[in-house]
Design a protein around this ligand. Structure first.
Ligand code: ADP
Length: 813
C-alpha cells in the first residue's frame, strides 16, 4: 500500500491538483482501504482519520455528520459503493456537490472520484474541493431569476421567437442560457459560464459572415452595450452568421432587467433572415412605389384619381385623388379592382353611359385591348349629385422588374367636352348656314339663266315672222344655256371637292398642248371683248410632264377667263409661263395671269378663294358669275401640291400666280401625234351609228351631225347597236357615238361586245362615249371598256365634231 501511495505521491499530476483541493484520498475499492494523500488546514480542523479500510462506510458515517442537514438525504442516496462504481464504469468519474459544515459554516464542496487507469481497476482518487464561491454566485443568480416569475415568463414567451436567450450578470459576466434553438446550439456551444463577453465574441466570430465581423467586434463589448443601455432602453445589433453554409441574418437584442441591483441584462438572438429578405423586397417595392407616386403626383393636376393595379391578383393602390373625386364617395375597400370599380361605376355613372361602360369594363376585355394596343381609354359621365361630368379613363400596361402593372387614371374632361360640343354645334350651325346659303345661291343662280331660256324661247316662238328678233332670242337662249351648263359643272366640281371625291387623273401631260388649247379658247374670248391678250412661255424648256392635263388647263382657263371677264374693253391680259429648275427629275412651273382690269378691294381679297363669294363691284356691274370658279381652282391647285396667290389693286388690275412642281417626262422635245387639222368637209359622207335611247337627245345629235353631211344611223340600245354593226359588216360605220345608260344593254357592255368581235377582224372602230355621267371615274370606265373618247352631255357641237374628226381621220390609215 505504501508503495502504491508513493507512486501516486510522485505523480506530478496529483501534486499539481493538491493545491486546488481541500483533501485528496487514495482508495482501493477492492478492499476499501484508503489513505489521505493531502489535506488543507481547513479540512484538517475537521480531525478525520487519514487512513482506514472502510472508505465508503467511513465516509457515509463520518460525512453524514459533516454534511449540511438539507443535503444529507441526497448525499446518502448517491454516495453508495455501488453507485460510485457504476458511475466510474460508465463515465470514468463520479461527482457530487453538497454543503459541508465547517463548524457552523456551510461550505459548498465538490466531490470527484476518478479511476487510476495505469493500475488495476480497483484504485481511485477522491478529491474534495470547495466550490462555495461559485455556488453562492449561482444561488444568488438563481434567486434573482426565480424571484421574478415575470422574467421567466417573458423568457419563456420569447424563447419561441429567439434562437437563444441569455441571462447575463453584467458585474460578474456570469451567464445562463435559458433556451436555444437546435441549429443555434450547434453554433454556440457554451450554455453557461463566467465570461459571457469573451465567450460570445469567440463563439460568434467562429461562425460569423466575414464582412460583418469588424462591425460586430466594435459594437459587442460590455462597455458599449452598457453605454447604449444607459441612453436607450435596448441595444440591438444585426449581423450574418453562416448557417448551413449560407449567410443568415440574425439580430441580437439586449435589455436591462429591472431587478434590485440593475446589473442583469437579458440578451436574445433571433433569426431575422426572412424578415430581412422581405424588407429588401419591400424596399425595392417601396422604391417603385415612390416612382409611381412621383408619376402620380406629377399627373395629379390632370387626374381625378390614379390607381395602380396588379393584373393577376387585381390588388390595387390608389395613388392620388382630388377632393372633387372623393366627394363622390368612391368605395375603395376590397382586393379585386375590377369588381370594386364596377360596383362604383354602377352607382355613379350617368344612366345613358352605364351599360356601355359596364359592358366594356371587364378584366377580360380591358386586358385584351391592353395587350393588343398598350392602352385603353373610355369616356363617360360621372354623376356629381345631379350634374353629369365627363371623365376619361385611361389604362396603360406597364411592365417593369416587378412584373406587369396597370396604371389607371381618370381625368376630368368636362370643360374640354363642353368646348368640343359647342364647337360641334357651331360647326353644324355653320354647315346648315352654308347649305342654306348654297341653296339660296343655287336657286337664284339656276333660275336666272333658266328664266332667260324659258322667256326667250317664248319670245322666239312669238317672233317666227321676225327673223332678227328670233335670232336675238336664240342667241340669248344659247348664252344662258352655256352659263347654266358651266354653273352646273362648277356645282358638280365643288360638291365633289367638298365630299372628297375629286381625284386627280395623273398621267402624261403635254404643256404645249395645254398652252395651245388655252390660246385657242381665250384668244377668241378676248377678241370678243376687245381686249389684247399675250402669251409667253419662252422660258419653258420641258413640256412633257406628269400631271392631270385637263385640271391644269381648267385652272389656267378659269383664271384667264376671269381676267377677261373683269377687264373693261381696251385693257390687256397676259399669261406668262416660266420654268425653274427643281430637284431630282422635277421642275417648278410658275404661271402668271396679269390683267389691267377693275381689280379688287383689300377687304375682298382674303375671301377670294371661298365658295360663292364675289366682289361687290362685280355684282353691281351685273357681270355674271357664281363665285365658285376660284374656289374650285384653289382646291385643284392645292390637290396638285401647288400654290395660288393673288395681288390686286382696285381700278388698276390683278395678278394671279400659280406655282406647281411637276415631274418631268423623258420623251423630251417629241410631241404626240398631232390631231389632224379639222376640216368640215372631211366628215362629209361619213357613216355614224348613234346609240341613244332618248329621242330628244337623238334628234339634236342627228341634226348636228347631218349639218356636217354625215350619214347617221340610230340604235336605241346596246344590243341593237351590236346587231347593226354585225349586220353592216366590216368598215360599214366610220364611228359610233355611244350613250352609256340604256335599257337592254348599256354602253359599256355593247362596247365590250363590239371590241370582242374586232379582235378577230383586226380593225378598230372609233367608239366615242356621249354621256351625262361625266365624272372622272365614268370617263375612266368608258376607256377601260374599250371606248376611244368621252364627250359629256350636254355636248358642245364644235367639240363633238373635233373629237369625231380626230378619231375618224386617225383611224383611217
Ligand atoms: P365668279 O367669277 O363666278 O364670280 P370666281 O370664283 O371665279 O367667281 O371669282 C370670285 C370673284 O373674284 C369674282 O366674282 C370677282 O369679284 C373676283 N375676281 C376674280 N378674278 C378677278 C379679276 N381678274 N379681276 C377682278 N376681280 C376678279
Amino acid at each position: 500500500m505504501e508503495h502504491e501511495v508513493m507512486d501516486v505521491l510522485q505523480s506530478s499530476v496529483a501534486q499539481a491538483l493538491a493545491a486546488d483541493y481541500f483533501c485528496i484520498y487514495y482508495v482501493n475499492t477492492a478492499n476499501d482501504n484508503f489513505i489521505e494523500y493531502s489535506s488543507s488546514p481547513e479540512y484538517r480542523v475537521l480531525g478525520l482519520p487519514k487512513i482506514g479500510n472502510d472508505m465508503i462506510s467511513f465516509s457515509r458515517t463520518t460525512f453524514e455528520k459533516l454534511v449540511h442537514p438539507d443535503d444529507q438525504e441526497q448525499f446518502l442516496e448517491l454516495f453508495t459503493k455501488q453507485n460510485v462504481v457504476e458511475s466510474l464504469n460508465l463515465h470514468g468519474t463520479f461527482t457530487m456537490t453538497f454543503r459541508m459544515m465547517f463548524g457552523n459554516v456551510p461550505t459548498y464542496v465538490h466531490l470527484k472520484a476518478t479511476r487510476i487507469t495505469d493500475k488495476d481497476d480497483h484504485h481511485l482518487v477522491i478529491g474534495i474541493s470547495s466550490v462555495d464561491e461559485q455556488m453562492r454566485a449561482q444561488a444568488n443568480f438563481e434567486k434573482a431569476h426565480h424571484a421574478s416569475i415575470t422574467y421567466s415568463r417573458i423568457a419563456q414567451a420569447l424563447a419561441e421567437d429567439y434562437f437563444s436567450i441569455y441571462y447575463v450578470d453584467m458585474q460578474t459576466d456570469h451567464f445562463i442560457e435559458y433556451s436555444s434553438d437546435e441549429a443555434y446550439r450547434e453554433l454556440c456551444i457554451d450554455r453557461s459560464g463566467d465570461d459571457f463577453f469573451a465567450l460570445s465574441r469567440k463563439n460568434t466570430l467562429r461562425v460569423m459572415y466575414e464582412e460583418d465581423q469588424g462591425a460586430f467586434l466594435a459594437a459587442f463589448t460590455k462597455e458599449n452595450i452598457l453605454r447604449v443601455l444607459d441612453e436607450h432602453k435596448t441595444f440591438t445589433l444585426s449581423y450574418r452568421l453562416i448557417m448551413g453554409g449560407v449567410p443568415t441574418y440574425v439580430s441580437m437584442k439586449a435589455t436591462r432587467m429591472k431587478d434590485e441591483d440593475g446589473n442583469h441584462i437579458i440578451i436574445g438572438v433571433n433569426n431575422i433572415d426572412a424578415q430581412m429578405r422581405q424588407q429588401a423586397e419591400y424596399r425595392r417595392a417601396e422604391e417603385d412605389r415612390i416612382t409611381y407616386s412621383r408619376v402620380a403626383q406629377a399627373l395629379t393636376g390632370d387626374y381625378f384619381s390614379i390607381y395602380v393595379v396588379e393584373p393577376d391578383t387585381e390588388r390595387f393602390v390608389e395613388y392620388s385623388s382630388t377632393e372633387r373625386y372623393s366627394e363622390l364617395g368612391i368605395e375603395k375597400a376590397g382586393d379585386n379592382f375590377f369588381s370594386v370599380s364596377r360596383h362604383n361605376m354602377a352607382r355613379l355613372i350617368y344612366e345613358g353611359d352605364r351599360d356601355r361602360v359596364l359592358g366594356t369594363f371587364t378584366k377580360e376585355k380591358v386586358m385584351k385591348i391592353l395587350e393588343r394596343d398598350g392602352s385603353f381609354t373610355m369616356k363617360y359621365r360621372l354623376m356629381f349629385g345631379e350634374t353629369p361630368v365627363y371623365v376619361s379613363m385611361k389604362a396603360t400596361l406597364l411592365e417593369d422588374k416587378n412584373g406587369r402593372h396597370l396604371v389607371i387614371g381618370t381625368n376630368n374632361i368636362d370643360a374640354q367636352m363642353k368646348r368640343e360640343e359647342e364647337y360641334r354645334i357651331r360647326m353644324a350651325d355653320a354647315r346648315t348656314q352654308a347649305k342654306n346659303d348654297f341653296l339660296a345661291n343655287m336657286s337664284h343662280d339656276i333660275r336666272t339663266p333658266m328664266n332667260a331660256i324659258v322667256g326667250y324661247t317664248n319670245i322666239a316662238k312669238s317672233h317666227r315672222d321676225d327673223p332678227e328678233a328670233m335670232m336675238d332670242a336664240l342667241d340669248k337662249i344659247g348664252s344662258s344655256s352655256h352659263f347654266l351648263l358651266s354653273l352646273i359643272n362648277d356645282i358638280l366640281d365643288i360638291s365633289k371637292i367638298e365630299s372628297g371625291r375629286m381625284q386627280l387623273n395623273m398621267g402624261d401631260c403635254d404643256l404645249m398642248a395645254v398652252f395651245s388649247r388655252i390660246e385657242d379658247i381665250t384668244s377668241l374670248q378676248a377678241r370678243s371683248r376687245s381686249l389684247s391678250i399675250h402669251y409667253d412661255h419662252s422660258s419653258v424648256k420641258h413640256f412633257r410632264v406628269c400631271g392631270d392635263e385637263l385640271r391644269i388647263e381648267q385652272v389656267l382657263i378659269n383664271i384667264i377667263s376671269n381676267a377677261i371677264k373683269y377687264a373693261p374693253a381696251g385693257k390687256s391680259v397676259t399669261l406668262i409661263a416660266e420654268e425653274m429648275p427643281g430637284d431630282a427629275g422635277r421642275a417648278k412651273y410658275r404661271f402668271i395671269v396679269r390683267d389691267t382690269g377693275i381689280g379688287m378691294s383689300e377687304e375682298y381679297l382674303p375671301h377670294i378663294f371661298e365658295s360663292f363669294t364675289r366682289e361687290q363691284s362685280t355684282t353691281i356691274n351685273r357681270i355674271q358669275g357664281t363665285g365658285l370658279g376660284l374656289a374650285i381652282t384653289a382646291r385643284i391647285v392645292e390637290m396638285m401640291g401647288g400654290t395660288i396667290s393673288v395681288v390686286s389693286k382696285q381700278g388698276e388690275g390683278s395678278e394671279f400666280t400659280v406655282e406647281l412642281m411637276l415631274e418631268l417626262r423623258d420623251a423630251e422635245g417629241e410631241t404626240g401625234p398631232e390631231s389632224p387639222a379639222f376640216s368640215e368637209t372631211d366628215l362629209n359622207g361619213k357613216r355614224v351609228l348613234l346609240v341613244e335611247d332618248n329621242d330628244i337627245n337623238a334628234e339634236i345629235a342627228i341634226m348636228i351631225l347631218e349639218q356636217y353631211g354625215m350619214l347617221v344611223d340610230r340604235a336605241v340600245n346596246g344590243r341593237e347597236a351590236v346587231e347593226k354593226i354585225d349586220r353592216g359588216g366590216d368598215g360599214h360605220y366610220d364611228a359610233v357615238l355611244m350613250d352609256i345608260q340604256m335599257p337592254v344593254m348599256n354602253g359599256y357592255d355593247a362596247t365590250r361586245a363590239i371590241r370582242a368581235r374586232e379582235n378577230t377582224s383586226g380593225r378598230i372602230l372609233p367608239i366615242i362615249a356621249m354621256s351625262a355621267n361625266a365624272y372622272d371615274d365614268d370617263v375612266r370606265e368608258c376607256l377601260d371598256a374599250g371606248m376611244n373618247a368621252h364627250i359629256a352631255k350636254p355636248f358642245n357641237p364644235d367639240e363633238l365634231m373635233i373629237v369625231l374628226h380626230s378619231h375618224i381621220m386617225s383611224g383611217r390609215g
